[in-house]
Design a binder for this molecule. Sequence first.
Ligand code: PMP
Length: 359
Amino acid sequence: MRAYNFNAGPAAIPLPVLEKAQKELVNFQNTGMSVMELSHRSKDYEEVHNRANSLLRELLGIPDTYEVLFLQGGASLQFTMIPMNFLPENKTAHYILSGAWSEKALKEAKLFGETRILASSKEENYTTIPSFSLEGVEEDGAYVHITSNNTIYGTQWNEYPTSPIPLIADMSSDILCKEIDVEKFSLIYAGAQKNLGPSGVTVVIVKKDFLETARTNVPTILSYATHSKNNSLFNTPPTFAIYMLSLVLEWVKEQGGVKSIQKLNEEKAGYIYSAIEESDGFYKGHATKGSRSLMNITFTLPNEELTKKFLQEAKDRNFIGLAGHRSVGGCRASAYNAVPKEACEALANFMKEFKNQHK
Ligand code: PMP
């Protein structure tokens, strides 16, 4: 039996995708071998690679003025590659801190040059996306970095600013969850293991003219230009992860694309947020209403004992992955694209039942 998988990442993958991969596993399209065994220079693999690229372009409406890259090293390596490539000596990198992952991104940038914290909601325990102003950033700013969805705290940006300098976003935990205007960004990056497939591949969407401004004294493998010039085939890419990505993207398309997925995500998160709101304070949401995430729904129970009991009973009923991040505690339901509506509805019902028993 499949679990109700609310893991934060690696996370649920659509069942039809897993079944297709299973079916094709030992003999991929009559090649007599699995995708994992194909040469990354073969025509058969190249088709998979290019299909993943073109599907992502189609689903997110990525213009031709952008490159789509498939890299390794997770989103964490992007924390390093971004300042390495795009923070010159005479400029400052601006960071908006909305959670632990933004802090980690900033920490790496400090190794390469001047940084400034443009805004932070740390004082509010990251319950909200901070308010900020971009006035004056163009004076010495290399770029503005944001984290679109804060996986640990369960907050998400609703609207993106139009920035006078390049805007860079870590979209690891909400890419493809809703429609976005790619053209507001010079660079978007996302580890695949939440909404895009298995871990092992990191998607980077980067504006070509921004790419041209990159530093050149960067180690070859850490330079975006290297991967851009080689269609992400400079060295051996994570072929199986990219194949899985292509299947997930096909599935998103079959669901009606990002617009339909967004509607479904609103419904899914709605069930769980309603269970929180209608609990007379038994469950407390971590995020303030205006900053609530569609993907990671964070909440607490009245005390530690009830939290433990809740998690155990949830597990007994096949709800997996509901413990909050080790740094914040409480509970977190990650309702990524592949988590079915039925799972969210069932969780909301269980939450109501548990509250009625323990209120
Ligand atoms: N950014 C965000 C928003 C994340 O949620 C995560 C992982 N949970 C990371 C970055 C780090 O990703 P990776 O493990 O792929 O390096």
